[in-house]
Design a protein around this ligand. Structure first.
Ligand SMILES: *[C@@H]1O[C@H](CO)[C@@H](O)[C@H](O)[C@H]1NC(C)=O
Ligand SMILES: *[C@@H]1O[C@H](CO)[C@@H](O)[C@H](O)[C@H]1NC(C)=O
Ligand SMILES: [Zn+2]
Length: 669
């Protein structure tokens, strides 16, 4: 987009430079003969040639004396690039509004002024488009200042547009007009485009969607999440929360594109009344972070461009094989984000010999903070801790398989050893849920990549495949209530655009089915005798050394496989409550199991547990050394190129030689 703007701009400068501004010797055309009364002249401004009138007058309403003055102004420059700036939105409406001021309608040697009501309607509809690019509403479109009321004899500058639109609507009766711009395109998106699509989706589906930022990458790109829920922005009692995280390896782009498509799809299908999508959104809070590593993505894209030549010369295969490239896998500090989480798996292993060891809510060791913590990792850790997530998937490329924890081998010297969690059954079920719903992942013919020898119907234990420490899925499981799996979407890390549709087609069912899996197992509320919610109560399942804890309002979710389970709820100061639960197979909603905890004078178990469970305080310790401050400072510094730091990206386009800076474009001036 920026390049286009620049070209437009240069054209414009050429055009407006060509005729000399005012050459007194030239037919006397622009001699300052002020006495002469201004007359109606033909509209000559090329960006205003579709106005519903043919004659205008100079000086215009902004007091540009001549057409050339108007053409050389920053105001006109803005009109000429609006289409590109606003991504096609609100055009031609805003441009025509601008023309009604810059090339004002002239009849019988008098200027007619445009209607305030039209201006106000356009402003209401379009001011958000300016907000999005952090541009102020242009001063010359101030409705009170340059526009007048009906009584003062105004005309409607969008009259011509209305007539056109009415014709179109008759033609396109089939699709309601608000969906017309929604033809989903299968192409790669830049980070800016991705953010703009998510924000547009939020606007379009404001009742069920919300975007929010969880932080910034090291280069300062926003890590933007879009959330879908019947009540965006709020946790609802007993409603499970799940997340999708794309492209923590920036060069593995299919996940990112699939998640952008998914967000748009969920929004438009909800509006169209798709019952399945509506049910998912009405019963589940879904958070989608399409790209955890936007800087790596940028690097991968530029890496691809550098690779162009060799492809052609070899010419042995039609399809370029981008996979070989690791450029962009890591973040801009060259940190692999999927190795950058605290290694809690080693801690879990080291506790195995203890009598009552647990594999949940393991605190982050202080030593972790002395290492390099990427801001992307930091942001995601903070996010994971702040929401009671139940289920998650993160998306990669380079293989076609779903891997589940642990990623770190239980034997330090065996790099391909099956190393299951206490919840192996649940994880296998989750992995199979995705793989089976995928078009080809679970079939043997579709295998590719290095998981080939060890995977089973499209699923594999991470450590058995290839052991490593510091993975995100291990962290989710050992530090929070969330169960995460890693989905490898295909052999090509950077598929060509014409393969994106295929990718969507293969994964779309699996993406929905996996969301629905947040409703497996049991959920409920833990209360005390007075009916107060008990926060942080532990829900234990006999035979599984991994508890989940209740959220703020006492609600919990425990993913489980079908069968009989003995479930216990406990909290300090209360007697345990035990229930036997029978979960039939193919249950599609979580079984409701509530607990009532009675106060107990003395917990006989407490003494022993004290040995193995670290004090609660250390779990709450997050970033005790203020790494975050340091990293945000660094991110600010990298952004701090003197001019562009405070000014938006489009600012430099509007700086014209020998003209004052158009500070009126800036929002905070
Ligand atoms: C989802 O919730 C909305 C708003 O309450 C309601 O109009 C819609 O019918 C619900 N859809 C389904 C399938 O439950
Ligand atoms: C790379 O190749 C594609 C297709 O052959 C071409 O459109 C593109 O301009 C090339 N990019 C560069 C940077 O050479
Ligand atoms: Zn990866």
């Amino acid at each position: 987009m920026s390049i286009m703007l620049l070209i437009l701009l240069q054209l414009l400068v050429l055009v407006s430079c060509a005729p000399p501004r005012c050459d007194p010797g030239f037919r006397g055309q622009c001699k300052p003969t002020v006495e002469e009364k201004p007359k109606c002249t033909d509209v000559m401004l090329s960006y205003c040639d579709d106005m519903p009138y043919t004659q205008n007058m100079f000086p215009n309403i902004l007091n540009h004396k001549t057409r050339e003055d108007a053409e050389g102004s920053a105001e006109y420059l803005l009109l000429s690039v609006l289409e590109a700036l606003l991504g096609g939105e609100c055009n031609p409406d805003v441009r025509m509004l601008g023309c009604s001021v810059m090339a004002p309608r002239c009849e019988k040697e008098k200027v007619l002024k445009p209607c305030r009501t039209t201006c106000e309607a356009v402003r209401k509809r379009c001011s958000h488009a300016f907000d999005r690019i952090e541009m102020a509403w242009p001063y010359f479109l101030e409705c009170d200042r340059f526009f007048v009321s009906d009584e003062e004899g105004c005309y409607d500058p969008l009259e011509g547009l209305r007539a056109e639109q009415n014709e179109e609507e008759v033609d396109g009766m089939e699709t309601p007009p608000e969906y017309r711009d929604d033809t989903i395109k299968f192409n790669h998106h830049t980070n800016a485009q991705m953010i703009s699509i998510l924000k547009k989706t939020e606007e379009k589906c404001e009742d069920i969607a919300r975007t929010y930022s969880i932080g910034r990458s090291i280069e300062g790109t926003e890590l933007l999440v879009i959330e879908f829920s019947s009540n965006p922005g709020e946790h609802e009692l007993l409603e499970p929360e799940m997340k999708y995280v794309g492209s923590m390896h920036g060069n593995e782009v299919l996940g990112r594109e699939l998640l952008i498509l998914l967000a748009r799809h969920m929004c438009s299908e909800y509006l169209l009344g798709n019952e399945r999508i509506q049910t998912i959104i009405n019963t589940t809070r879904i958070h989608i972070l399409p790209c955890m590593n936007p800087d790596g993505h940028d690097l991968a894209v530029s890496g691809l461009q550098d690779n162009n030549y060799s492809e052609d010369e070899e010419g042995e295969e039609e399809r370029p094989r981008y996979d070989s490239s690791h450029v962009g896998q890591n973040n801009a500090q060259n940190i692999d984000l999927n190795r950058n989480f605290p290694d809690l798996t080693s801690i879990a292993y080291s506790r195995r010999r203890q009598r009552r060891y647990r594999t949940d809510h393991i605190p982050i060791p202080d030593s972790y903070w002395f290492g390099k913590v990427a801001p992307e990792t930091y942001a995601v850790m903070k996010w994971i801790r702040s929401i009671p997530f139940v289920l998650s998937a993160n998306f990669h490329g380079g293989d076609l398989v779903v891997s589940y924890p642990y990623d770190l081998s239980k034997h330090p010297l065996q790099r391909n050893m099956l190393s299951p969690t206490p919840d192996a059954k649940v994880f296998k079920l989750l992995a199979r849920t995705y793989a089976n719903a995928h078009e080809s992942m679970s079939t043997s013919s579709a295998r590719c990549g290095s998981s080939h020898g060890v995977s089973e119907k499209g699923t594999v234990n991470g450590a058995q495949w290839s052991s490593f420490a510091g993975s995100m899925q291990d962290f989710n499981y050992l530090h929070t209530n969330c169960f995460e799996v890693t989905v490898e979407l295909g052999c090509e890390k950077f598929p060509a655009e014409d393969e994106l549709f295929q990718g969507w087609h293969e994964n779309f069912e699996a993406l929905l089915t996996f969301m629905e899996a947040a409703h497996r197992g049991i959920k409920g509320i833990v209360k005390d005798e007075d009916g107060n919610a008990v926060k942080g109560a532990q829900i234990s399942v006999r035979g599984i050394r991994h508890d989940v804890t209740t959220a703020k309002n006492g609600d919990y979710w425990r993913l489980l496989t079908p069968g009989v389970h003995i479930v216990t709820a406990s909290a300090p100061g209360y007697a345990k409550a035990i229930k036997k639960v029978h979960l039939p197979g193919h249950m599609h909603t979580a079984g409701r199991v509530d607990f009532l905890l009675k106060k107990a004078e003395l917990e006989p178990d407490n003494q022993q547990e004290e040995d193995s469970i670290p004090p609660v305080g250390s779990y709450d310790r997050f970033d005790p050394y203020n790494q975050y401050e340091r990293y945000t400072l660094m991110a600010d510094v990298t952004q701090n190129h003197p001019e562009s730091a405070k000014k938006p990206w489009w600012w430099s386009y509007f700086i014209l030689p020998e003209s004052p800076e158009p500070t009126w474009l800036l929002k905070h001036h």
